[in-house]
Design a protein around this ligand. Structure first.
Ligand code: AMP
Length: 492
């Protein structure tokens, strides 16, 4: 039986009376309670005619019930499609049209698709339905390793989001590999302040804890004070670089508060050497940086035992093969920069209903072209040197410039635009829109305002600046590297 939930269910039964989720408001969910919630939601999903292979799109806040919704979808053989809760209605329209779910779960019902509501405080029609007494709990649906378990939408350079298709085998193999690599212990407690619509919080963090029957301090979001207080009860923290930067911003945060911590894990965006060093100075511990993505979950990690080197992302996980390749997929000499390509049980099977994109990015020999540029040293230690794609990562979230540029270019006041990421102490990168106005009298503030409501907040440029023209190379391509240099200190 390779339904990943089957593996988890065995753990839940073994740890029935142990704490699973410790919520910020004080409520504690034991493993038996989570399992009961998963089973009840399974019954509701079946009653809603969700069949194996059907998509369940969820745009919900972080809650125990929302985690159970994900697990229930796996249990009945459905395909879970989590969406960022910040997406606007217009963005949601695209995802629903593309995923064609048989059920949508969100804070508000929709007219165009069968819907249930679920809010962060566990109100809504889904919760009402699962509290009925006469529910018939369905049997767990058998799945093959290659059967789809989830679709994670990533943005595309064309601005069109691609749905990365992950199987039960992908989830299971990576969860086991991480649990092993990070030496998960039965007395571990995980600080979980990440959102659960993204690979980091939903899979990487939650799976490690669930697979080991250990508790999570399940915070609704990152809040430095809440995190500091929860850390006193934790042994492992997983976060994006922004979390670490924000904790360091508290001058009195230091070693005596976190001396009991076993490991700090960081990823989803580059961790600066400065933050790595400051963290070590302040806490006496070195952050363990790892590298992953929606399409592959985790690829590499610094060692739990052994040297953690700043500005490197460590070694390929066991069972996975990583190469640094040229445009043809041939390995480049050790130390040279090339594109990071990976193959292994963690690698997704392709993009949902985009066979051409899949063929472009997964080679005939099974290697996935990650789009990240990196190097590997003679020992196999990987460093990421940049992104081939022009992805901007702000606060751990991806923003593809094209999507914002399109909206800008559609405005009558804008001749052309280029969206770039500029180093930002708090967010890692801040989104900056460089626009060439149609005429001199254009008020830049109006452009900024016109974007409001059209984009999720995290994609909204933090600054809009104007230039008389964009720098271009002889091929007519905008030289974003020059713009990044020109505006490098905008936030410092
Ligand atoms: P996502 O699919 O949202 O997880 O974004 C994946 C991208 O985040 C990768 O392709 C990398 O560009 C970037 N990323 C993830 N982890 C790291 C890291 N440790 N250092 C640098 N970039 C990272």
């Amino acid at each position: 039986m390779t339904n990943f939930y089957h593996t988890l269910e065995a753990v839940f039964e073994q740890h029935a009376q142990d704490d699973c989720l410790r919520m910020a408001q004080g409520k504690v969910w034991r493993y038996a309670e989570l399992q009961d919630c998963v089973e009840r939601i399974s019954a509701v999903l079946i009653a809603q005619n969700v069949s194996p292979g059907d998509r369940v799109v969820a745009q919900v806040d972080k809650s125990a019930e929302n985690l159970a919704l994900y697990l229930a979808t796996l249990r009945i053989g459905g395909v879970y499609v989590p969406l960022n809760s910040a997406y606007t209605t217009k963005e949601l329209d695209y995802f629903l049209a593309d995923a064609q779910p048989s059920l949508f779960v969100g804070a508000q019902a929709r007219d165009d698709v069968s819907s249930l509501t679920l809010t962060a405080d566990a109100n809504g029609s889904l919760v009402d339905a699962m509290q009925q007494h006469d529910l018939t709990i369905p049997l767990l649906c058998p799945r093959d390793e290659s059967d789809l378990a989830a679709i994670l939408y990533t943005s595309g350079t064309t601005g069109r989001s691609k749905g990365a298709m992950l199987s039960h085998g992908n989830l299971s193999s990576n969860a086991h590999a991480l649990s092993e690599a990070w030496g998960w212990r039965c007395d571990d407690v995980l600080l979980h302040a990440l959102p659960i619509f993204h690979v980091h919080g939903l899979f990487i963090a939650s799976h490690c804890a669930l697979l080991n029957g250990t508790p999570m301090e399940f915070l609704p979001k990152f809040d430095a004070q809440l995190v500091r207080s929860a850390l006193t009860r934790c042994t492992v923290m997983m976060g994006v670089p922004t979390f670490y930067v924000r904790l360091l911003a508290d001058a009195d945060f230091g070693a005596n508060e976190v001396a009991h911590m076993r490991v700090y894990i960081c990823g989803s965006a580059p961790l600066t050497e400065q933050t790595f060093n400051q963290w070590e100075e302040r806490t006496g511990q070195r952050i363990l940086e790892r590298y992953g993505m929606s399409e592959t979950i985790i690829n590499t990690t610094n060692p739990l035992h052994g040297e953690r080197v700043p500005a490197t992302v460590g070694f390929a996980l066991p069972g996975l093969t990583l190469r640094i390749a040229d445009d043809q997929g041939s390995e480049v000499p050790v130390g040279d920069v090339g594109t990071i390509e990976v193959t292994g049980p963690n690698v997704f099977s392709g993009y949902w209903r985009m066979p051409d994109k899949t063929a472009e990015e997964i080679r005939g020999d099974g290697f996935f072209i990650t789009g990240d540029l990196g190097t590997v040293d003679a020992q196999g230690r990987v460093s990421i040197v940049g992104r081939a794609k022009d992805l901007v990562i702000s606060g751990g979230y991806n923003i593809y410039p094209k999507e914002v540029e399109r909206l800008l270019d559609d405005m009558p006041e804008v001749l052309e635009s280029a969206v770039i990421g500029i180093p930002h102490a708090d967010f890692g990168e801040g989104v900056v829109a460089v626009v060439v106005p149609q005429h001199r009298d254009v008020d830049i503030r109006q452009i900024d305002k016109a974007l409001e409501g059209q984009l999720a907040r995290f994609k909204q440029p933090k600054r809009v600046v104007n230039l008389p023209e964009l720098p271009r190379n002889t091929m007519g391509k905008v030289q974003k590297n020059l713009l990044r240099e020109q505006f490098a200190h905008l936030f410092s």
